[in-house]
Design a protein around this ligand. Structure first.
Ligand SMILES: Nc1ncnc2c1ncn2[C@@H]1O[C@H](COP(=O)(O)OP(=O)(O)OP(=O)(O)O)[C@@H](O)[C@H]1O
Length: 225
């Protein structure tokens, strides 16, 4: 598989309260094992684009391919399957369920997919936590761990269905420099050791410089990639 994600002429308007042309003819692709970042001034359309690329927003023109499969115009059921099977997502805020244990949080997306037994999922979740050096947190309540630990748990959760591509919207935006670097090193390891593809929106120039490629946006367009 060559390209894990391909955007062709993605265009989007927000119609309310007034017409606003937020994305203008966006075309680019992410290759297998590539770690790309998206940068650009606040309001240039990064999050809007990522929302489309992660199949959560279907209100656009153009074409989106994930793993070679045309995603645009498909049913909600298909989008949900593609999202669960192929895409891991890490946000600025972790959105862990605070009343559940770390292990339960990581297992949740795999239980939703329903392709494996509880035991298989639990073993995999523990392995993912170990890989991120937080195996010792498995039984803790998600509300009782630090911000940096929460983000690593969110990464383990994003990896539980073995996605083809990991997308992040400011995944280090809420972290101090130590924990931000920790997340960056984890992403680089996932790329190098597992051939994972990553696409991350960031405001952090040092983070972006550590990725394979910086896609620069301005006023709804890609100006450099
Ligand atoms: N639902 C909406 N309706 C109208 N305009 C919107 C809507 N959502 C976002 N916008 C506008 O679209 C533009 C792009 O927003 P977006 O959140 O994609 O920018 P961004 O580059 O991710 O910004 P930031 O770096 O601040 O997160 C902004 O001007 C924003 O105000």
């Amino acid at each position: 598989m060559d390209c894990v994600l391909e955007a062709r002429h993605i265009d989007k308007h927000f119609r309310k309260p007034v017409d606003f042309h937020v994305l203008k003819d966006i075309s680019f692709s992410v290759k297998q094992g590539e770690f790309a970042s998206i940068m650009g001034k606040s309001g240039c359309g990064k999050s809007t684009l990522l929302y489309i690329l992660s199949t959560m927003d279907t209100d656009y023109t153009g074409e989106l391919f994930i793993n070679g499969e045309l995603i645009t115009g498909r049913s909600h059921q298909t989008l949900s399957r593609v999202r669960n099977e192929h895409i891991g997502f890490v946000f600025q805020f972790h959105y862990l369920l605070s009343e559940f244990s770390v292990l339960e949080n990581v297992m949740l997306p795999a239980k939703k997919l329903g392709a494996r037994t509880h035991r298989e999922i639990e073993m995999d979740a523990r392995e993912k936590l170990e890989m991120l050096n937080i195996g010792y947190l498995a039984e803790k309540r998600a509300s009782r761990i630090s911000g940096g630990e929460k983000q690593r748990v969110a990464i383990a959760r994003a990896l539980i269905n073995n996605p083809t591509i990991l997308m992040g919207d400011e995944p280090t935006g809420n972290l101090d420099s130590y924990n931000a670097d920790n997340v960056l090193q984890i992403f680089k390891r996932l790329k190098e050791e597992q051939g994972l593809s990553l696409l991350v929106v960031t405001h952090d120039i040092d983070f972006a410089k550590s990725t394979d490629r910086i896609i620069e946006m301005e006023d709804g367009r890609i100006i450099k990639s």
